[in-house]
Design a protein around this ligand. Structure first.
Ligand code: 13P
Length: 257
């Protein structure tokens, strides 16, 4: 089956509101109609920091979709530093990023909190990009599939096949994030195929065939076409290169081919 490709930029802790507006202007200049759905090209999505979301929405118009880099499971309350689904929805956010390895590594994110955030997002009608991926040591020890299976099973615990229509999985090998090292096309494809087969076990074949699985980890203008040509790679979650308009536009173009 053909899945519409999705190219997503994770800006991480970069871009003030005014810088973000300028970045979107530059991207629009490179790519005037970046968000088409399916027949013409990939969906395009960016995850700015919370404080830049409004500026991006205003500047982007219908050119691209906008997501937030995190969301809390409670609807409101004493959770200093967190953000609720209602706050994001009122801004006009359509996606949330959940379980990025930097959240897992530096902020104590676990499969359990990933799962709680995911349920809250889905209940609120937000789409989610759920990140999973192994560390370098885990890969060297041959534990890649084991780690992916554990993160996927627990992260998606009690999420229904219907709800999976609103979920995108991002495979981000931790050792490839921000390092300039990229998984080979074959290794990335093998991990994506494993994730899809596991989704088949959990949700059935047709659901597994419909879920988009993105690759993240030093995807750039040079390696995007090869990765995106793999049968189970349905797009990219891009960090550094998403902050460079010409590079990000070039990745979007590669997803059109
Ligand atoms: P880089 O593209 O900078 O490696 O970051 C990948 C990433 O973490 C996207 O979420």
């Amino acid at each position: 089956m053909s899945r519409c490709k999705l190219i997503a930029g994770n800006w991480k802790m970069n871009q003030t509101a005014s810088q973000a507006g300028t970045l979107i202007q530059a991207l629009k200049a490179e790519f005037p109609a970046c968000n088409s759905c399916c027949s013409q090209g990939p969906d395009v999505l960016v995850f700015p920091p919370f404080t830049s979301i409004a500026a991006v929405l205003q500047e982007a118009g219908t050119c691209l979709q906008v997501g937030a880099q995190n969301v809390h499971w409670a609807s409101s309350g004493a959770y200093t530093g967190e953000i609720s689904t209602a706050m994001l929805k009122e801004l006009g956010v359509s996606y949330v990023l959940i379980g990025h390895s930097e959240r897992r590594q530096y902020f104590g994110e676990s499969d359990e909190t990933v799962n709680r955030r995911l349920h809250a997002a889905l209940k609120a009608g937000l789409k989610a990009v759920v990140c999973i991926g192994e560390t370098e040591q885990e890969r060297q020890l041959g534990l890649t599939n084991c780690v992916l299976e554990h993160q996927l099973r627990w992260g998606l615990n009690q999420v229904s096949a219907t709800d999976m229509q609103q979920v995108v999985i991002a495979y981000e090998p931790v050792w490839a994030i921000g390092t300039g090292k990229t998984a080979s096309n074959a290794d990335a494809q093998a991990a994506h195929a494993f994730i899809r087969s596991l989704l088949g076990t959990l949700y059935g074949q047709s659901c597994a065939e419909a879920v988009r699985i993105l690759y993240g980890g030093s995807m750039n203008a040079g390696n995007a076409a090869g990765l995106l040509a793999q049968p189970d790679i349905d797009g990219g979650l891009i960090g550094g290169a998403s902050l460079k308009p010409a590079d990000f536009a070039s990745i979007i173009r590669a997803a059109k081919q």
